[in-house]
Design a protein around this ligand. Structure first.
Ligand SMILES: *[C@@H]1O[C@H](CO)[C@@H](O)[C@H](O)[C@H]1NC(C)=O
Ligand SMILES: *[C@@H]1O[C@H](CO)[C@@H](O)[C@H](O)[C@H]1NC(C)=O
Length: 360
């Protein structure tokens, strides 16, 4: 009995330190705990949008929680632990650009992080890619920042505030009138929605002059992480079958691609996804990756996003057997499989990557 009691006390000491705070400010006790955690850093930060993707990873034996299991802050849980032998901090961002950016910012400013990896599932806009493929774009754009032109103004008309440098016509526009279904004749029909012009984000570099912004449309991922992914592309074999009888028509593969795009828009519309592919040559379309890419870019933090294609973003029948519901778990498992490989190999490329260290 006595032995058991001692064991109980010892385990209390080891596992007591899960910290939880309902305040948004950094309290003294939170700062103390962060200092303790950060002393063991740097960590690889791993962000994912939803419970579905998070739990698929947490269920794996390769993730083991640390002595301090997590720190809660600002509505997010930052889980501390190991994936294989690598130290990681894992957090769920929540849906959309705002949540992704806010969580990425917290991760990078609270913790001693060397790299940020982001994984999840995505819609596919590229006819060359297949459901189940894990796409790793070199650049991500936020395609939800628009300047919406008044009805009657054409592509040659200057946008409001364009002359001040606040907006640009460099990245093209979507014309709603082009998307009418004309069955009988080929007349070009207009509507009052006119054009929206895609705009770069204002980013504020961590080492720049405060309040002086750079405008970035295509936010790059880290060069050495991208090169590492290219090397692993052939090596890592992905699963194509859900079970003994249900398999994808093509064996899925890891593909390093040129571009992906994100916006706080759930894209389930074939016409718009085809437009995005022809205008911007994007493969994966999602709601978070570009936000974290933009934040990482301005924080000078090495970043890589891998997204497994789980649906055709509005193409085909919702119930078709290659749709999101059937192969979503397989796509997610494939993304995590590649994530694990990257995490294993990251050390080799660590030195060559520029990394930002927060100092608590
Ligand atoms: C366009 O409209 C016609 C007539 O209503 C319809 O049969 C056709 O399927 C529509 N096309 C598309 C692409 O929805
Ligand atoms: C395989 O998965 C599919 C889709 O979830 C399901 O309909 C089927 O019954 C499963 N087959 C086996 C053998 O488990």
């Amino acid at each position: 009995m006595r032995g058991l009691g001692v064991l109980f006390v010892v385990s209390l000491v080891i596992f007591c330190c899960n910290f939880d705070s309902s305040d948004a400010e950094l309290s003294k006790s939170l700062l103390k705990l962060l200092k303790k955690v950060n002393k063991d850093g740097p960590y690889i930060g791993v962000l994912t949008p939803s419970f579905f993707e998070l739990n698929s990873l947490l269920e794996l034996p390769s993730f083991s929680p640390g002595e301090i299991k997590y720190i809660d802050h600002a509505g997010r849980r930052f889980r501390i632990g190991h994936i294989d032998s690598k130290k990681v901090i894992l957090a769920m961002t929540g849906k959309g650009m705002m949540n992704a950016a806010a969580t990425a910012m917290s991760l990078m400013t609270l913790f001693h992080i060397s790299h940020v990896l982001h994984y999840g599932i995505a819609g596919n806009a590229d006819p060359e890619l297949n459901i189940g493929d894990v796409a790793i774009p070199q650049h991500w754009a936020h395609t939800g920042l628009w300047n919406w032109q008044k009805y009657g103004a054409g592509p040659d008309a200057e946008l409001p505030l364009e002359s001040e440098g606040d907006f640009t016509r460099d990245y093209g526009f979507l014309n709603f009138g082009k998307f009418n279904n004309i069955s009988d004749d080929d007349d070009y029909l207009e509507n009052y929605l006119n054009n929206v012009w895609y705009q770069p984000e204002e980013t504020y570099p961590v080492d720049g002059t405060p309040e002086s912004c750079d405008r970035v449309f295509w936010a790059p991922v880290d060069r050495s992480l991208f090169e590492l992914s290219k090397k692993l592309e052939e090596e890592v074999k992905l699963d194509g079958c859900l079970n003994a009888t249900t398999c994808l028509p093509n064996t899925p593969k890891v593909v390093t691609t040129k571009r992906g795009s994100s916006a706080s828009i759930y894209l389930d519309n074939a016409a718009y996804k085809s437009f995005l592919n022809s205008q911007f040559q994007v493969g994966p379309v999602d709601m978070e990756s570009a936000a974290i890419s933009l934040i990482s870019h301005q924080m000078k933090m090495p970043y890589l996003a891998l997204r497994a294609l789980s649906d055709q973003a509005g193409e085909g029948d919702d119930d078709n057997s290659y749709g999101i519901n059937t192969f979503k778990p397989l796509a997610c498992a494939n993304a995590i499989k590649f994530l694990m490989e990257i995490i294993k190999k990251i050390e080799a490329s660590m030195d060559s990557s520029e990394s930002m260290v927060s100092s608590f």
